[in-house]
Design a binder for this molecule. Sequence first.
Ligand code: ATP
Ligand code: MG
Length: 578
Amino acid sequence: MRLSELLFVTLREEPADAEVRSHALMARAGFIQKLAAGIYVYGPMMWRVLRRIEGIVRDEHDRAGCQEMLMPAMQPKELWVESGRWDRYVSEGILFHFKERKGSEVCLGPTHEEVVTNYVRSMVQSHKQLPVILYQIQTKFRDEIRPRFGLMRGREFIMKDAYSFDVSADAMAESYAKMREVYRNIFTRCGLRFTPVEADSGAIGGSGSEEFMVDADTGEDAIAVCRATGYAANLEKAVSRITPPAQPENELAMHLEDTPGAKTCDALVELFPELPLQRLLKTVLYKASYGDREETVAVMCRGDREINETKLLNHLGAVGIEMADENLVRSATGAEVGFAGPIGLADDVRLLADQSVVGVQGFLCGGNQTDTHYLDVYFGRDLEQPETVDFGTVQAGDLMVDSDDVIEITRGIEVGHIFQLGTKYSEAMGANFNTEAQTLEPMWMGCYGIGVSRVAASAIEQNHDENGMIWPLPIAPYAVHLVQMKAGNEAQDALAQEIHDKLEESGVDVLWDERKKVSPGAKFKDADLIGVPIRIVVGRDAGDRKVEWGLRDGEGREVRDADEAIVAAIQMVQESRR
Ligand code: ATP
Ligand code: MG
């Protein structure tokens, strides 16, 4: 491709809302253009990248025996009512939905469990037709609360979603294991550095689940990692062991203290400097909604720990939870915000505790009266220890549950997610099959997603420098950036044309910068920004068939014979496709 013929416009300024490098660079290089919040035009260069990623995704799925199909983006509400997910998705606000002309309601698919289950229940009758794994690459719609980071968190984005159907739990686990391999292969072939982690199953529900995290400091997900044991889990799911604090020296009677204005742990630590933070138990109030009813929940937790709302939500089985507002706090505790405690809560408040409270005695907690706290409180003596569950967030330095190895916290970008769904959808929607014994049983399902557009963004999050993007060769928009220093110079024209043609004939995509009125400096700047991985420069020594060879990341710069450079580029491209 001649660059002069390409619709190629760069921006001098980065977009004001670009918080991460991938977003800033892709926008500046004209790869993407924002149409509305979280909605982007993929320009010709971007589309080349996305098609490359799709190519790898297709190749690995097909190789594993998965079958590609395409389902509609528009989905009738009735299917979502059947699966029981309509209310939750609507109340979370994630679902784009609207009424059609005739009055019935539809949504734009954020995911396709309902549609695929509906399809398979009428297509598959017998165990002889199973297992089957179907997949599609398609645009998904989610009205995200905070669309941001460019393609990373869009409201319209490209996803590959796959669904497996099996005759038994064991067979489902086999499909799942196969897909885990498919995912490893895909992300490795895309040139990403990634970590598979244990994950929460979230609104989709079901049993086992893993996420594939691209290692990046700017990632939205926090991951608990133990180098010694290889443990890796999303913080939403991670578990750890923490040590209880030392017991108080003397057991004193519980008493109410005035703590004017002390609404936070920090303020209390200042008031009671001799009391360790671990003996300060906070009580956090939540409003849990279950679709048809609401409940006020109070959760006790150690002062030095944080509550994990995903674990709480899962334990409650609620549709959603949110922190209680001032009014709810007042009616539940009789006090202003900041003084909630376990003793004397309103009758309809459900009291729970995080496991971090286990073994804590002689503690401080809110007095449920404005400006007061209880001191020297003991479980068993002053109150029963409430139902205690792991609602905690793992912190750096925590120990593994079953060993003394230490956990660190790192960050990542979720590019893929695989689930064992079990029979959740097939039971709800009646997707049954005839077994060998002629009984009717629900199919065992799995689902598997890859954020195709997010993969592109995370590749740049991992591979860039101050001058621009650095595409991994397997997903680069072009493999070779052919920079011609002076267009119109006869020797340079001839050699560049020859290199271009020979590479293209061998299946190597070349971006040939033969622009006339652009200085070599500006050409190099653009080349750095676009980030095509292999660079061949045709300049002064073109008459001697010499070119400058180099990689975008700065490796291997040297003068080479043109023929050698051609062979080397072909070789590199072929190797990257293996
Ligand atoms: P997240 O936790 O980041 O919101 P999710 O867990 O809701 O994602 P899944 O339902 O697991 O997402 O979707 C499968 C894959 O689709 C994700 O692993 C991710 O790569 C991609 N994805 C999800 N939401 C978005 C989005 N808003 N923009 C771009 N890609 C997305
Ligand atoms: Mg996910």
